[in-house]
Design a protein around this ligand. Structure first.
Ligand SMILES: NC(=O)c1ccc[n+]([C@@H]2O[C@H](COP(=O)([O-])OP(=O)(O)OC[C@H]3O[C@@H](n4cnc5c(N)ncnc54)[C@H](OP(=O)(O)O)[C@@H]3O)[C@@H](O)[C@H]2O)c1
Length: 351
């Protein structure tokens, strides 16, 4: 713990895939915390989690457990954030939320650090992190938007199982072992076997909608973060693949002004938070196993779409638990700290 830390920080969902990574990133980046409190459900109360080489005892999320906290980084699911975030704010804590519940609310900023930092200004006690799939794409698309404008986007994703949390990682491991031993597999987390398979369904289908909730999030959140009007066409198809960590995306971007593949490569290579790996003939391109554990988003396979003069294809890969969730949450907390915004404005209320 930083001895000169200013803030009492709560991590809600501290035992989960995202929460445990938040603890790692807070320690790595030496976030100015005076104290870190690990919170989860009653199931995990009394368990220990690691923070900065020490063991923290997990406390149950109750009305008493968050009193006196200045900042809460939350990743315990949408239901928990829906119910508890207003209470955390009322108790004086600023919330950085990883769940989808508040993201599209008009008075709630949806922020990718390094892309739309100014959106944190005027927050009402809560700032949200986008979905991990959207997050990494924003890092790659923002410089293209600023340089050449965007007319249309078509994205197809290949998403890892850690995007669904701890239980899904375990399911892939157990299923892989079972299949290799010739045993029967019983899917629990996903609707079908995920080991040695590809599922063209990420999250759920709502009645009457032939796009999944994940696909809807990618389309709506992209629009909100980049400030794209309805005139910009966006289409997403999301698939789950048997990879533990790291989402891959094929992004087809139609620009307003012409941008050559070389120009795009140069532009992206000069952007913070992005690494261009693009020598496909030599087998050099982004891979999830290379992105896992890194904060940068990897981009490669940058090439002209032969069907359109102002269209490029990109392959974008990022660690869904780091920049896709935990690293961005901590970067947003740092941003709030730098701008003296770790305070709940008087009369703040979520609508
Ligand atoms: N995984 C990703 O790549 C990713 C990326 C961006 C956003 N997100 C979002 O982040 C959230 C968490 O995802 P995850 O992957 O970390 O899931 P996870 O591994 O299943 O972890 C869930 C965490 O929430 C806690 N929790 C569940 N119910 C709770 C309750 N009633 N009260 C307090 N704590 C509770 C769990 O604690 P127990 O140990 O007590 O069960 C656990 O710590 C989700 O909303 C997800 O959509 C995930």
């Amino acid at each position: 713990m930083a001895p000169n830390g200013e803030y009492r920080v709560g991590v809600v969902g501290a035992t989960g895939a995202v929460g445990s990574t938040i603890l790692e990133v807070l320690a790595e980046r030496k976030f100015p915390a005076a104290e870190v409190v690990a919170l989860a459900s009653a199931r995990s109360a009394g368990r220990e989690v690691e923070f900065a080489g020490e063991q923290l005892e997990v406390r149950e999320l109750t009305d008493e457990s968050f009193q006196g906290l200045d900042l809460i980084l939350s990743s315990a699911g949408g239901k928990v954030s829906a119910e508890w975030a207003p209470r955390w704010i009322e108790a004086g804590a600023v919330v950085v939320d990883n769940t989808s519940y508040w993201r599209m609310h008009e008075d709630v900023p949806l922020v990718v650090a390094g892309v739309n930092d100014d959106a944190v200004e005027g927050h009402n006690g809560l700032v949200t992190n986008p979905n991990c799939t959207t997050m990494q794409m924003m890092v790659a698309l923002k410089p293209i938007l600023d340089t050449a404008g965007i007319e249309r986007l078509i994205v197809s994703t290949y998403q890892s199982v850690s995007g669904t949390g701890r239980a899904a990682i375990q399911e892939l491991r157990e299923q892989s072992e079972a299949v290799l031993k010739g045993k029967q597999v019983e899917p629990k987390v996903y609707p079908h076997q995920v080991a040695f398979n590809v599922l063209p369904q990420v999250e759920t289908f709502k009645a009457g909608d032939d796009y999944t909730t994940e696909e809807r999030k990618v389309m709506a959140e992209t629009r909100k973060i980049l400030g794209l009007t309805e005139a910009v066409g966006i289409s997403a198809t999301c698939a789950r693949v048997p990879v533990i960590t790291g989402h891959s995306e094929s992004v087809n971007v139609q620009t307003q002004r012409e941008l050559s593949p070389d120009g795009c490569r140069e532009l992206l290579a000069g952007t913070d938070g992005l690494v261009v790996l693009d020598d496909p003939g030599a087998g050099i391109y982004p891979l999830p196993i290379a992105a896992a554990g890194r904060d940068e988003v990897l981009v490669g396979r940058i090439r002209r779409d032969p069907s359109h003069d102002r269209c490029l294809n990109l392959w974008v890969v990022g660690d869904n638990l780091r920049k896709g969730a935990a690293t961005n949450a901590v970067q947003v907390a740092e941003l709030l700290h730098r701008r003296h915004l770790v305070r709940v404005p008087a009369g703040a209320a979520l609508s």
